[in-house]
Ligand binder design. Structure first.
Ligand SMILES: *[C@@H]1O[C@H](CO)[C@@H](O)[C@H](O)[C@H]1NC(C)=O
Ligand SMILES: *[C@@H]1O[C@H](CO)[C@@H](O)[C@H](O)[C@H]1NC(C)=O
Ligand SMILES: *[C@@H]1O[C@H](CO)[C@@H](O)[C@H](O)[C@H]1NC(C)=O
Ligand SMILES: *[C@@H]1O[C@H](CO)[C@@H](O)[C@H](O)[C@H]1NC(C)=O
Ligand SMILES: *[C@@H]1O[C@H](CO)[C@@H](O)[C@H](O)[C@H]1NC(C)=O
Ligand SMILES: *[C@@H]1O[C@H](CO)[C@@H](O)[C@H](O)[C@H]1NC(C)=O
Ligand SMILES: *[C@@H]1O[C@H](CO)[C@@H](O)[C@H](O)[C@H]1NC(C)=O
Ligand SMILES: *[C@@H]1O[C@H](CO)[C@@H](O)[C@H](O)[C@H]1NC(C)=O
Ligand SMILES: *[C@@H]1O[C@H](CO)[C@@H](O)[C@H](O)[C@H]1NC(C)=O
Ligand SMILES: [Fe+2]
Length: 610
């Protein structure tokens, strides 16, 4: 049985004038047999632990409630671009009883317009009725402001309803019109969780104070699925998994007071934080925590996201002897199963198939011919930005559809044939799923790139979570190249950004099949955008998360790699100076510069696209 949006609901949504993303579809053909709260406290798997000071991390909500005991609250506010407009997304633990409403205007003291929107929700586990209301999101509201002036500051205030407190009067700026040649800066990052990301967070706020236009996050958002790090025996190469005797955090720095709380009786001392113990161990709570942490960013500039592998489901790690597998599949604690057998049904329905990701963000897929938060594009000044789904919806994608699990003659896989991260397709597949050209995403990318007016947006920058090239060679890279590299070269994409590998890596300009385009190299820090011949590839997986850095033996660095930093966390600043120059700066967590690249575009040939 599949639950899906009925056409009547779809019609209602359309009539509401504010198209919400279609409700995610989750296959429930086989029952979930794990614990009610899939991951609680390992000692006392209830929502709030055993009440003996178990370390639980919290972050302030977007709106401080006006009363001491609020019954509902605005916990997260997150902006995103729409063509000629903005989407104001906000999150509350309970419904509002009315359409979500925002008052807005061009002056802080005169919010003379009102816009209303729509609400969506999912069966999060545990529900917010069991969680503190200032730390829980279950209702997701989208209010859209359309036909705004480009490059203009607007003020807005989310209205109170059903127990919430109205937000402060906040502001945002709309995207500059395509063709506007005023310089601007963007913060680009990927693979950002909570642990290890403190420096990146600080730099993010600094870049915004320097007037960055928006943030572009290339997937792996929050690492909510990594709650397992608190209940699995730690791997030696995960520095965050201290065993109780260590007194320092990865990267140094003082231990926050909340980590110093003594372990509850019965807790295994070799897990979680520096003193042992789990650090925020519920999937949905991890999402809430991270989104609330980012409020200071997401409520003031658009926060544009892409899907990564960590958004797929409540878990992705599996292996023989995995305690988690016994727990999730069979609700058995402190025991292991001999073989890997996490399946699509190992997570509760609300934690599969990118459900949380689809509810917790609202990207302009629908408005730009793409699909939801998966693939979309937008213009800002001299740049056309293209977001690609590197996880699903192309031949051999790393998170794969049920079609790929099927044995001959089957129409539906058995649980054993699936894996927990099976996901998508989110677009149509018109033909064989092994044929890239059958995919809606491929067709969309071709059409989107073909429609770019290079006179207005001479720069075209694409991003997906998955790199096409790296010194860390992996089979998915060939698949994403097979799917998209040809189109990107054909239409002259200038730069391809990605993450997934937890380091900073800048490649030499690369033509088809990874040939180094010597003609495009001026010097180590200056490339020429050799449109149609080569692409600048950058990997930005170093924002910081509980999995720490990826590492590579120095002797394995390939000649395609110009710069590799396996040590520092941080983000990138992309500055578009004009139609001929953009710069790229890797800013480390302490503010120092890790790398710089200038990309130069020569005068375009008259009238021709490339
Ligand atoms: C209003 O909030 C309460 C919790 O305070 C909740 O039980 C109720 O369902 C909400 N009303 C609506 C219409 O969602
Ligand atoms: C904890 O880790 C430290 C540092 O790796 C190691 O020296 C020590 O033996 C470990 N203790 C236990 C109880 O595993
Ligand atoms: C977020 O912004 C508020 C208000 O400006 C400020 O008080 C708070 O310290 C900021 N939080 C962080 C983590 O920077
Ligand atoms: C888990 O099992 C091991 C051995 O089977 C036992 O020593 C340990 O006390 C158990 N831990 C808990 C928390 O039950
Ligand atoms: C996982 O494997 C164990 C034993 O190997 C078995 O008892 C269990 O039913 C399997 N679970 C699933 C969901 O296949
Ligand atoms: C995921 O959701 C999409 C629709 O959004 C659906 O077509 C697909 O079958 C689902 N995939 C899985 C593996 O549940
Ligand atoms: C890359 O190499 C493969 C075989 O090695 C070849 O079939 C393909 O055409 C090449 N791609 C391009 C764009 O040249
Ligand atoms: C880079 O290394 C590959 C093999 O690893 C070799 O085929 C290629 O010629 C080298 N390219 C350059 C430009 O040195
Ligand atoms: C573009 O910007 C760069 C860097 O600021 C500057 O050096 C260059 O002169 C500018 N070029 C044009 C054509 O304005
Ligand atoms: Fe990843």
């Amino acid at each position: 049985m599949k639950s899906s949006v009925t056409s009547a609901t779809a019609l209602l949504l359309a009539l509401a004038g504010s198209p919400a993303a279609a409700a995610p579809v989750v296959d429930t053909a086989y029952p979930y047999t794990g614990p009610d709260v899939p991951v609680g406290d390992w000692v006392d798997p209830t929502v709030n632990g055993n009440g003996k000071g178990f370390p639980r991390l919290v972050e302030p909500p977007a709106v401080r409630p006006a009363t001491a005991n609020p019954t509902n609250n605005i916990n997260v506010i997150s902006l995103s671009y729409l063509p000629k407009g903005i989407n104001i997304h906000f999150q509350t633990p309970f419904g509002l009883g009315v359409a979500p409403s925002v008052r807005w205007g061009t002056r802080k003291d005169k919010l003379d317009k009102e816009a209303t929107g729509t609400t969506h929700t999912y069966d999060r586990t545990p529900p917010c009725s069991q969680v503190v209301v200032t730390q829980c999101s279950q209702f997701f509201h989208e209010v859209q402001l359309h036909d705004l002036k480009p490059g203009t500051t607007y003020y807005y205030q989310i209205q109170a309803a059903n127990g919430t407190t109205a937000s402060d009067v906040l502001s945002f700026s709309t995207a500059r019109a395509a063709g506007d040649d005023t310089p601007f800066t963007v913060a680009v990052l990927a693979d950002m969780g909570y642990t290890n990301a403190g420096g990146t967070y600080k730099q993010l706020l600094d870049v915004l104070h320097q007037d960055a236009a928006f943030v572009w996050h290339g997937g792996d958002i929050s690492y909510a699925d990594d709650w397992y790090s608190g209940i699995l025996p730690c791997e030696d190469d995960w520095p965050v998994c201290y065993n109780g005797s260590s007194t320092s955090l990865p990267g140094g720095g003082p231990i926050p007071d909340e980590y110093k709380v003594p372990l509850p009786a019965g807790e295994i001392a070799n897990q979680g934080g520096p003193q042992g113990g789990d650090m925020s161990v519920l999937y949905e709570s991890n999402w809430d925590l991270w989104q609330q942490w980012l409020n200071n960013v997401t409520k003031q500039v658009p926060y544009m996201v892409l899907p990564g592998n960590h958004e797929a489901a409540c878990a992705e790690f599996d292996g023989p002897g995995n305690i988690l597998t016994a727990y999730l599949n069979d609700n058995e604690k402190n025991t292991t199963v001999p073989k890997s057998n996490l399946t699509y049904y190992s997570c509760p329905p609300s934690q599969r198939n990118y459900t949380a990701f689809q509810h917790r963000f609202r990207m302009p897929g629908a408005e730009t011919g793409g699909v939801g938060n998966f693939w979309y594009s937008f213009d800002y000044g001299l740049v056309h930005f293209v977001a690609i789904d590197g996880e699903t919806d192309y031949a051999g994608s790393p998170e794969w559809p049920f079609a790929q699990d099927l044995k001959k003659g089957e129409t539906h896989p058995t649980p054993e044939e699936t894996f927990v991260t099976d996901s998508g397709p989110f677009g149509a597949v018109d033909g064989d799923y092994n044929d890239n050209k059958a995919y809606q995403q491929y067709k969309w990318l071709a059409a989107d790139l073909a429609s770019v007016d290079r006179k207005k947006t001479p720069w075209v920058i694409a991003m997906s979570h998955r790199p096409m090239y790296s010194s860390e060679v992996s089979s998915y890279q060939q698949k994403i190249r097979t799917a998209f590299e040809g189109l990107m070269l054909q239409y002259g994409v200038d730069a391809y950004l990605s993450g997934h590998i937890h380091w900073y890596e800048r490649l030499w300009p690369l033509g088809a099949n990874g040939t180094i385009d010597r003609a495009a190299i001026v010097d180590k820090h200056t490339y020429i955008a050799n449109t149609g011949k080569s692409i600048t590839h950058l990997i930005n997986g170093m924002a910081g998360n509980i999995e720490s850095h990826s590492t590579l033996d120095q002797s394995k660095i390939l000649n395609i790699t110009a710069v590799l930093d396996q040590e520092h966390y941080g983000l990138n600043k992309l500055t578009v100076h004009n139609a001929s120059v953009l710069t790229w700066t890797f800013v480390r967590g302490d503010g120092s510069v890790g790398d710089e690249l200038t990309l130069i575009k020569k005068k375009k040939c008259k009238g021709k696209q490339h």
